[in-house]
Design a protein around this ligand. Structure first.
Ligand SMILES: [Zn+2]
Length: 177
């Protein structure tokens, strides 16, 4: 019986060079198609072989630690908001607590608090603050998180929210714009 798929596979295997040459010629004439084709092809591969792909990426990271760090640095520079989420998420995973906070959860929380620190009310770069700290078993979920400025977050440290507020009774009144 004629198997079209098998035929194509065998044809490609025996005409690899010619097929590749034809592809090179085609992209030379249609350079704009190149990116589109490459993207679609790599996405298909990634989606259809997730484990294989993860393994490949893992090996690449191990073989190129420097390049990997540089790549992460570049990514963080382009996505500062997401970059700030990575640290706490990592700590949550290491402490094996529940971690379901998504980027949109975080943005929603920031909007709910008018983009201001819950402790001092200052506007500016906000960091994730766990009401019950991760080190005390607090989960990394929306309900256990409030946005805090860097200075309040580091002053609060590992204290639970209530304890920190008692130590800083003025809290929200100290509004600095
Ligand atoms: Zn603050």
């Amino acid at each position: 019986m004629f198997d079209a798929k098998e035929y194509r596979r065998r044809y490609y295997a025996s005409h690899k060079e010619a097929a590749y040459k034809a592809y090179r010629e085609w992209i030379a004439v249609h350079p704009e198609k190149r990116r589109e084709y490459d993207q679609r092809y790599s996405r298909t591969c990634t989606l259809s072989h997730p484990e294989k792909n993860r393994e490949k990426n893992r090996r690449w990271r191990l073989a190129h630690p420097e390049a990997n760090r540089e790549r992460l640095r570049q990514w963080d520079k382009l996505h500062p908001e997401s970059a700030r989420l990575r640290g706490p998420r990592r700590r949550a995973h290491l402490a094996s607590v529940v971690a379901t906070l998504t980027h949109s959860d975080w943005l929603e929380l920031c909007w709910q608090h008018q983009m201001a620190c819950v402790y001092c009310g200052v506007f500016g770069p906000l960091t994730i603050d766990h009401i019950i700290p991760i080190s005390k078993g607090g989960p990394h979920i929306k309900e256990n998180i409030v946005p805090a400025c860097r200075s309040c977050n580091s002053r609060k440290g590992n204290k639970p929210e209530a304890q920190f507020k008692r130590a800083n009774p003025k809290g929200k009144e100290r509004k600095v714009n």
